[in-house]
Design a protein around this ligand. Structure first.
Ligand SMILES: *Cc1c(COP(=O)(O)O)cnc(C)c1O
Length: 454
């Protein structure tokens, strides 16, 4: 009998995260102070971030970092997640490729985001913080963080991108169920929000505006720390639990991936699955391909500039080395809210620059088409973000069909789409469009953002 799902025991959940900073031949460029242009030390990040997260952010020496006991206890609620052989999708495509997916949609919050939310809430609590604040796009991060905050007895204030607040009201309800306070961003409750709204009264919000508001709240509120759902090195670190499990599970399947694929917003689910495998390219001469699938409407990896830029719209964050479309970029209102971010994290940016990974851009309609095919062949409705990874997987699998190659493809099912059915409804009614950004628009936005090329 063929095995469909590869399952690890509770005792096999990894006890450490993998820190690729220790192994990268070229370290990512450090965050710098926008005023002095000096590289930041961990202490410089303490006013905004939890101290342990700030130290992890800059830790380039420890290859593995222990997962705290209390975090492991929370992981046991939903980990290890299954690795699944997508026989149904293979058959639907008629491909000789072996397609596997890591199913991060099985936790009750519905996405991989919980892996870092739990860790960050734990560290905040440990350090005497009482309140945490954050941004959320489509709401998966906000939902995960709201639960994690409650689990560790913290108050959470979430700024939710306005377009998603309106498109995905049930994610707001989920956050409120866990006791979080949710505000649509841009809002009139912060200086950054008021400035954006007075200049642009119909601004639909972006992750950049929501981050500005959350950072401002953290800076102005005692015992309040800001936590981020992606982009930063420590978030990618926490997500490596995905790839470390997948490594053991691929071994159970008796295979090793030729191609690893994940969708790309800021880089955390991609990093989570890819980095543990990528270490074998760096250290052991493996030749796995790593493909980040981003939306054509927000193409920072395929069309952005490698540059120092702000992580938020108002320019409150340190300057980060990233592939960026400019921090004032306003992405089209696509339904994959979690992918509407102007930049990539520094680790992924450096890996792309050094040729360790590749990027592709996916049109909105192609992403839903692939998502529906996956749903009908595997019985799981994927998140609109995850549909981008599926579309890239389908493209690779169809290439194998042409060449007859039996490649092993592994992708990350970063979340389910059960709270995104309004987006599917619009797709079925022919109401969704593709959005492309021209090179001229990108160049103009980079110039307007004052981005410093590297
Ligand atoms: C947030 C999110 C993403 C994109 O974020 P990354 O930081 O790139 O991982 C992808 N899929 C889902 C389901 C998400 O919630």
């Amino acid at each position: 009998m063929k095995t469909k799902r590869f399952i690890l025991q509770e005792s096999e959940i990894p006890k450490q995260w993998y820190n690729i900073l220790a192994d990268m031949p070229n370290k990512p460029l450090p965050p710098v102070n926008p005023g002095t242009k000096q590289p930041l030390k961990a202490e410089d990040l303490y006013p905004v971030f939890c101290e342990e997260c700030a130290r992890q952010e800059l830790n380039t020496t420890d290859r593995f970092i222990d997962i705290p006991e209390a975090v492991l206890e929370q992981y046991k609620n939903y980990r290890a997640t299954p690795l699944v052989r997508a026989y149904g999708l293979e058959e639907a495509l008629g491909t000789p490729a072996h397609i596997y997916f890591k199913n991060e949609s099985v936790n009750p919050l519905g996405s991989h985001k919980l892996n870092s939310a739990i860790a960050q809430a734990y560290y905040a609590k440990q350090e005497g913080t009482t309140n945490i604040t954050t941004e959320t796009g489509a709401g998966q991060w906000g939902a995960a963080l709201s639960y994690a905050a409650k689990a560790f007895g913290l108050e959470a204030a979430v700024y939710m991108v306005k377009i998603s607040y309106e498109q995905k009201p049930y994610r707001r309800s989920i956050m409120q169920t866990f006791g979080a306070q949710v505000t649509a961003s841009p809002s009139m409750s912060t200086k950054a929000g008021r400035k954006i709204l007075t200049e642009n009264p119909t601004h639909q919000g972006s992750l950049g505006t929501a981050i500005s508001e959350a950072v401002e709240l953290a800076l102005n509120t005692p015992h309040c720390k800001y936590v981020l759902g992606s982009v930063l090195n420590h978030v990618c670190l926490h997500q490596t639990v995905i790839g470390l499990e997948a490594e053991k599970q691929m071994e159970m399947a008796g295979e090793y991936p030729d191609t690893v694929i994940a969708c790309f917003g800021g880089g955390s689910n991609f990093s989570g699955l890819a980095l543990p495998f990528l270490r074998h390219n760096i250290l052991d001469g493996k030749k796995t391909r790593f493909i980040a699938a981003e939306p054509a409407s927000c193409p920072k990896l395929t069309k952005g500039e490698f540059a120092y830029d702000f992580g938020d719209e108002a320019g409150y964050t340190p300057l980060l080395a990233m592939y960026t479309l400019g921090h004032t970029f306003r992405p089209a209102n696509i339904h994959a809210g979690g992918l509407r971010y102007h930049g990539s994290g520094s680790i992924v940016a450096q890996l792309l620059k050094d040729g360790y990974i590749e990027a592709v851009d996916i049109e909105q309609l192609d992403s839903f088409k692939a998502g529906v095919l996956f749903a009908r062949s595997e019985g799981i409705i994927p998140a609109p973000e995850s549909c981008h990874a599926i579309a890239a997987t389908v493209n690779e699998a169809l290439k194998c069909k042409e060449t007859g190659e039996e490649k092993v493809i592994l992708f990350n099912l970063s979340g389910h789409g059960l709270v995104d059915m309004a987006a599917y409804d619009r797709y079925f009614s022919g109401d969704l469009a593709n959005y492309n950004v021209s090179d001229e628009e990108i160049a103009a936005n980079l110039a307007a953002s004052g981005v410093v090329s590297i």
